[in-house]
Design a binder for this molecule. Structure first.
Ligand code: GLA
Length: 372
């Protein structure tokens, strides 16, 4: 019997084989969103070539810096939403998932936030009031447009203790709960998350799991954990990534791969980190690929991307979004961190805007999976 269901199946299979996906967003459609972080040149349209890549390849955007406290709220009572408004307008125009990043972090927050007009540190109540006002203003402005917010960024140390930021020192450990409460109050429909790096490390992961459990037990609506995934060719292993995603998914939160890039340059000190405060002096030995990435390393990088994407696909039900931290290699912060002025190759598009071997590898992984 040729049932209607069978006819439907045939139609779907024919469509699938007649039209192989050419973009990342199409290849991973139905699995998770594919995002890119937008710097100022992308947001303003100055980088038109990069914008065209975003429009063709991606369906989610993150603001590299445009929504951080220092940018939107540089002085007491003075907000500047020029860039942030353009960022959100870009996302609305192209029907993208628009992330808010971030509300409470120890970096890129002006010193005045923690002090009164005489320069003395604020009391707990005064800092909470300031935090609440900021969150209400920023989240409130984009209510219904930005649908996910990284509420707290990087609250944990590598050993799993709480980072001794001024947020923590002045308010205490519940500054995290309070930030989530205020964000929820400002937009009850927005999905709220905690974002950090190196959550693949057992001690840090354990602390993040305890944090998520504590928030959930207190009735705080945490929807996702962001794994930044500023990775290297060897860190984290696919097993570590797999176990980390499983551990968070088991808590009933989604996972966002929030800032993905793969550093191919030598890492002085050897320890994986994404601590923006790390500064290492230039040295030609630390910058070996100024004239191009050797083919052997390109292949190693492509295989590394494929390995990670296989893990992401395995967890497609738990992963809401995989976001790259930039579009082309020229955009990457890794060209200037932790050593200034290097030439890195961490993303899927070369400096000239062409897709590279890693792009091909990521596309291939999507077609390997027998799920259509
Ligand atoms: C952290 C932050 C990002 C960005 C990167 C460095 O991961 O979460 O916003 O600042 O550092 O570019």
């Amino acid at each position: 019997m040729r049932s209607a269901a069978w006819a439907g199946f045939l139609a779907v299979s024919l469509t699938a084989s007649a039209h192989a996906p050419t973009s990342l967003k199409e290849a991973y459609k139905g699995d998770f969103l594919i995002g890119a972080a937008m710097n100022a040149a992308l947001i303003t349209g100055e980088d038109a070539r990069g914008d065209a890549i975003i429009e063709t390849q991606f369906n989610a955007i993150s603001p590299a810096d445009a929504l951080k406290w220092a940018f939107v709220h540089p002085q007491p009572g003075k907000y500047d939403f020029t860039l942030a408004d353009q960022y959100v307008a870009f996302g609305l125009k192209h029907h993208m998932n628009i992330l808010g990043h971030n509300l409470v972090w120890h970096e890129e927050v002006p010193g005045w936030v923690f002090r009164d007009s005489k320069g003395h540190l604020l009391s707990r109540d005064a800092l909470l009031a300031r935090m609440r006002r900021h969150i209400q203003t920023v989240v409130g402005r984009y209510k219904g447009k930005i649908n996910c917010w990284d509420v707290v960024n990087e609250a944990l140390n590598e050993d799993g203790t709480m980072r001794q930021s001024l947020w923590y020192k002045i308010i205490g450990p519940d500054y995290i709960e309070k930030a989530f409460e205020y964000a929820h109050e400002a937009d009850p429909h927005a999905l709220l998350g905690y974002n950090d790096y190196n959550l693949e490390k057992p001690a840090k992961r354990k602390a993040a799991i305890a944090l998520v459990k504590r928030l959930k037990a207190d009735g705080i609506p945490i929807a996702y954990v962001g794994l930044q995934d500023h990775d290297s060719l060897t860190w984290p292993t696919v097993e570590q990534e797999d176990a980390t995603i499983s551990a968070f998914a088991a808590l009933g939160v989604k996972v966002a791969i929030s800032e993905l890039d793969i550093n191919v340059l030598p890492t002085p000190g050897g320890q994986p980190t994404a601590d923006v405060n790390l500064h290492i002096r230039q040295n030609p030995k630390l910058n070996p690929y100024v004239n191009g990435l050797p083919e052997s390393v390109q292949k190693e990088l492509a295989a590394r991307y494929a390995g990670l994407f296989r893990v992401f696909l395995k967890h497609r039900g738990q992963i809401m979004r995989v976001t790259f931290w930039g579009v082309t290699n020229g955009d990457s912060w890794l060209n200037n961190w932790p050593v200034k002025g290097r030439t890195d190759y961490p993303l899927l598009f070369g400096r000239n805007g062409s897709p590279n071997l890693s792009f091909d590898a990521v596309m291939r992984v999507a077609s390997e999976a027998s799920r259509h």
